[in-house]
Design a protein. Structure first.
Length: 118
């Protein structure tokens, strides 16, 4: 079983900005994040339609998330300190300044999970 937690970040980027977001993420954001945080990986929508099932399936009015990345942290406390330092990092601020539209995030969802005991 893994120790610590993972932070799963799902974003729904406005469709008209998605191509430009993808360019920015591939060129600047994802490489820097993977180098500077314990990022498991960074994924973007493949164009394959989502499958929503269950006894009461609900899709957000904003649609399905089209970006997902996962960060591993030793604890929630280390995440709070680490994330605060990350957003203040001058290198990250320089990358963020190149973002094509910081207001294109229709929805952001952050979840914290731990490994199943098996």
């Amino acid at each position: 079983m893994s120790e610590g937690i993972v932070e799963i970040r799902d974003y729904t980027i406005e469709e008209k900005w998605f191509a430009k977001y993808k360019e920015w993420a591939n060129e600047f954001a994802a490489p820097w994040l993977k180098k500077n945080l314990d990022v498991i990986d960074f994924w973007m929508d493949s164009g394959i339609p989502s499958e929503v099932t269950g006894s009461s399936p609900q899709v957000s009015p904003n649609g399905q998330a089209n970006v997902c990345w996962i960060i591993r942290w030793p604890s929630k406390e280390s995440r709070e300190a680490g994330f605060a330092a990350f957003v203040k990092n001058p290198e990250w601020q320089n990358i963020w300044a190149k973002h094509p539209n910081p207001n294109a995030y229709l929805q952001m969802n952050v979840r914290f999970m731990e490994a199943a005991a098996y």
